[in-house]
Design a protein around this ligand. Structure first.
Ligand code: BDP
Length: 698
């Protein structure tokens, strides 16, 4: 019965009952009830009557044929909560059991099938497999036409499927590149108090197979390694453990010095090695399943082994020795100290390739998807597949730093698939996925304290897609979008037939109006929000957009062929050839004249303008699609999303207009006939400032 808050506790229960019935009636009469997005894709909205009746035959009371454990209890509770919500009264049942068939499969694998009596059977060799299986069964009930032929074995493609939170453990909870509020990790109130949100976060992660979380910014603070913070981390780790999630820490390389214990951090010095060993032991004494350290070293002002004339392998191996076989060291490849090299995209390869074979067995090199920095489109990082004697892992950015941040709708699965499916050319169909599958994949989280977790409702799809792809990279972007939208909004076929193509198109649309044809890094300084292709006054040359586009009166683009920086040579020949010929990467790899003939028959300039316009039209089309979806969406999320589309419509025009105005100031070319000129002059766009933009660095 619904309880109403009442000042007069003496009022009769019958009053409450009448009110309750009244509210229930109102709710039934509403086409859809308001929702705030907190439930993510775990809403378990009632199936339509036919499907509910069908699924009800296979779902119902949970029978445990395994010993109870906290994880098994979570699986049982999830099923018991979800089944009545999905189907109402259920006539079947669900059995949780061990399985012989899964021996040899990776941790977390499970099998779903039907017993002869029609009940569902979830089998796994470990408890976490049962929890994953429980979520998978519920997903199947929601997304398959029926459960009548349920029979699937599912095993994770990669052992490490982790989120990297760039959350600063500071009082303001600021998240670097975070656009959904502040950090959900409340270090101040830990270890005494842990917010319910943390359990809900863990549950959402478990539902998509995420099994690791690095909880603090890679620009790390040394105090995270102190005793009080280890106690706080322990409380967090204890909460996440039943959900199969191990915690990791971003470690500040100079911590022994910063914390006042030593006067240098040289990784080959025995005192430094002993310090890290003792520190790591201290952590493991509290958190026996601590995952390990994530390290950003000698990058963007962070300290690292190069400060002591030691190599990255020396640094990583020192930490790896401290961790031992208890965990891993994730060493980030995102470095770009110049030392004379004039193409930033070549620097990480030049640093790390010679170190192949030098890293310890529990050190993993974590490589961003592209050689620059999470741009709307980049070629894959040349290190993938190029270090056969080194464990490597893929890092993608779930938060949309360079893709419209917290106001544009961009579904990122197509971008990640583009990267993951790329053949590196370094071996027999050695795709990026295959090159990292033995280790894993990390996603820079987009989660914050916003009620809907991710700032916009559609950004939830990127969190979801990250987990699903890390579990099964063979899933298509379309399947994942369909699953997500069905669980999050509506399973109606008409709704899905509109929303899924809209999501699939959204990434190319963003590329079109921001950085068409291989352009990159044209965003305004610091906050990276909005266009700033004219910027040329930042301290380091490679921080400036002009460094990347190299446009002048005659042409545009960065020559990375043999006549230029020859970054192409860092790729295996087949991959280099593909990239050299692909128009989508034209201006990434080539400097070309404005009148170059394109595949379309247009000149480059006309093609660029056409792409900008295509991008703007694409956003308009998405916004119009959304309006048509009103019948299937609750008013709250409908309005919310509609407003973000309106912002994106304005900003797509802003990107297009500012870019065109700037390119025209260089090339002096007219716009093709009939094309709308920018409404303002270049100075107007240059004058825009956004000091309050969220998520800025540091
Ligand atoms: C860049 C961000 C910067 C991060 C850096 C990193 O602008 O804030 O610290 O990546 O990956 O994209 O370390």
């Amino acid at each position: 019965m619904i309880k109403w808050p009442s000042r007069n506790r003496g009022k009769k229960a019958v009053t409450n009952l009448i009110k309750g019935i009244g509210l229930a009636l109102i709710l039934c009469l509403l086409p859809a009830h308001a929702e705030d997005g907190y439930s993510l894709w775990l809403r378990y909205a009632r199936l339509d009557p036919v499907r509910a009746a069908s699924a009800a035959r296979h779902l119902g009371p949970v029978e445990l044929r395994v010993p109870a454990s906290p994880t098994v209890a979570l699986a049982k509770a999830e099923l018991e909560k979800a089944v009545p919500s999905l189907v109402g009264k259920a006539g079947g049942g669900i059995i949780l059991a061990r399985s012989e068939q899964l021996s040899g499969k990776p941790a977390g694998s499970f099998r779903l099938s039907l017993r002869p009596d029609g009940r569902s059977l979830i089998e796994a060799n470990d408890d976490i497999g049962l929890l994953y299986g429980a979520f998978a069964l519920l997903r199947a009930a929601e997304t398959l036409p029926s459960l009548d032929h349920l029979d699937q074995i599912s095993a994770p493609a990669m052992p490490l499927r982790m989120l990297n939170h760039w959350d600063n453990p500071t009082a303001d909870g600021h998240i670097e590149r975070g656009y959904a509020g502040v950090s959900i990790f409340d270090w101040w109130r830990l270890p005494g108090h842990l917010d319910q949100r943390i359990y809900d976060y863990a549950r959402a992660n478990a539902s998509i197979g995420i099994n690791g979380a690095s909880v603090n910014n890679v620009a790390a603070k040394a105090f995270m390694l102190t005793k009080p913070y280890i106690a706080k981390l322990k409380r967090l780790a204890d909460a996440l453990r039943p959900y199969g999630i191990r915690v990791y820490l971003a470690a500040r390389y100079s911590a022994p010095v910063d914390l006042g214990d030593l006067d240098m951090a040289d990784p080959l010095d025995p005192r430094v090695r002993a310090w890290w060993k003792a520190k790591t032991d201290e952590i493991y004494a509290q958190i026996p399943d601590f995952g390990g350290f994530l390290v950003k070293a000698n990058s963007e002002g962070q300290p690292g082994p190069q400060d002591d004339q030691r190599s990255f392998a020396d640094g990583a191996n020192m930490l790896a020795a401290a961790v031992g076989d208890r965990g891993v060291v994730l060493w980030r490849a995102f470095v770009y100290q110049s030392g004379g090299e004039t193409d930033r995209t070549k620097l990480a390869y030049e640093e790390f390739k010679p170190l192949d074979g030098k890293f310890a067995a529990n050190a993993i090199l974590q490589i961003k998807n592209g050689p620059l920095d999470f741009q709307p489109r980049e070629p894959v990082h040349p290190l993938f597949g190029a270090m056969p004697k080194t464990r490597t892992m893929l890092e993608v950015q779930i938060t949309k730093e360079y893709l419209g941040q917290g106001t544009h709708q961009v579904y990122l699965a197509p971008m990640w698939k583009e990267v993951m499916d790329t053949d590196t050319g370094h071996g027999d169909q050695l795709t990026v996925t295959r090159s990292v599958a033995a280790n894993g994949m990390a996603g820079v989280s987009n989660i914050g304290t916003d009620r809907n977790w991710t700032g916009t409702h559609f950004d939830q799809a990127n969190w979801y897609a990250f987990g699903r792809l890390a579990w099964n990279p063979r899933l298509s972007s379309e399947e994942i979008a369909g699953e997500w939208a069905a669980q999050t909004f509506s399973r109606d076929a008409k709704f899905l037939s509109e929303v899924v193509p809209m999501m699939l198109a959204s990434r190319q649309i963003e590329v079109d109006f921001m950085t068409p044809l291989g352009l990159a890094h044209l965003m305004a300084s610091h906050h990276h929000y909005g266009p700033g292709p004219w910027i040329d006054d930042l301290k380091r040359p490679e921080w400036n957009p002009v460094y990347y586009h190299r446009a002048d009166h005659d042409g545009i683009g960065f020559d990375r062929t043999e006549t230029g920086s020859y970054a192409l040579a860092q790729y295996a020949p087949s991959a280099a050839k593909r990239y050299a010929e692909d128009e989508d990467y034209l201006l990434w790899f080539h400097h070309v004249a404005w009148d170059r003939r394109m595949n379309s028959g247009r000149s480059l300039w006309d093609e660029m303008v056409a792409r900008y316009d295509r991008g703007v039209a694409g956003v308009d089309a998405m916004a119009a699609t959304w309006q048509r979806l009103k019948p299937w969406v609750d008013p709250e999320r409908f309005r919310d999303t509609g407003e973000f589309f309106a912002i994106q419509q304005d900003e797509a025009r802003w990107w297009r207009d500012a870019s065109i105005a700037y390119w025209q100031s260089l090339n002096g070319l007219p716009l093709p006939a009939g094309v709308r000129p920018p409404p303002h002059d270049l100075d107007w766009y240059k004058g825009l400032e956004f000091i309050e933009a969220p998520g800025q660095g540091g």
